[in-house]
Design a protein around this ligand. Structure first.
Ligand code: ZN
Length: 227
């Protein structure tokens, strides 16, 4: 066996990461579990009801996964509703953009505006994603792209080896993120998409914060906000 090892070691390794999608809370927000081996990150935990919490936890337990962190692409209410629950249950740190701290500070108030009660305050940010360029989940490498506009601190997790990007609310299939909420800026968002996100290859699979997945190529070609 040892004789074969150098040969295999030279091959470029194909897809090594799994993306598991859940859709939670009244905003139909996509929560993603990024899995490499038995290691996992919970990205944008939107789980709000006990049923939603169980759905996420059951999957993690049934697959015997070790959660390493809770990651927020940005800190809008619908993407952070499960921050406290997940960080506490799995005793893991919160990795989030500190430029969105004002959103975490106003969580209860903005929840009340939407008629959502019993919102648990988010834990403090342990790692500021606005200060990071790369993070590693087992053998999977993620570039942390800074893409402000939908919120000032919004980041995208880009895994080039797997041609996969977790884009939060920056880009959707046929649409882009709203910029009418406090801290949003339309010109900044368009600039972020065209100058940062569109640097990715056309075959990059795009997992958005709402709705179905798409690809960079499809949006480059046909997204009415960007052509
Ligand atoms: Zn958002």
């Amino acid at each position: 066996m040892a004789a074969y090892f150098p040969f295999f070691a030279q091959l470029s390794i194909p897809t090594i990461m799994t993306v598991v999608q859940f859709t939670f809370n009244p905003f139909q927000e996509n929560t993603y579990l990024l899995v490499e081996g038995k290691k996992a990150w919970i990205v944008d935990p939107g789980c709000y009801t006990t049923q939603e919490q169980s759905e996420l936890v059951d999957y993690i337990e049934e697959n015997d996964l070790a959660v390493e962190a809770v990651v927020n692409t940005h800190c809008h209410l619908d993407h952070v509703l499960g921050n406290a629950f997940c960080c506490k249950l799995f005793s893991v740190p919160l990795w989030a953009p500190a430029r969105d701290q004002y959103l975490l500070d106003n969580l209860e108030r903005s929840a009340a505006v939407w008629g959502i009660g019993n919102v648990e305050e988010s834990p403090a940010i342990d790692l500021d994603l606005n200060g990071e360029t790369e993070l590693v989940l087992g053998a999977a490498k993620f570039e942390i792209l800074q893409v402000p506009g939908h919120t000032p601190g919004h980041v995208v997790l880009s895994n080039k080896a797997d041609s996969t990007a977790i884009v939060g609310d920056v880009l959707f299939k046929g649409s882009i993120g709203r910029t009418d909420l406090p801290g949003g800026n339309h010109e900044t968002l368009i600039k972020s998409i065209k100058e940062v996100l569109f640097e990715l290859k056309d075959d990059t699979l795009v997992y958005s914060g709402h709705g179905p997945e798409t690809t960079i190529g499809e949006e480059r070609k046909s997204n009415p906000w960007l052509v």
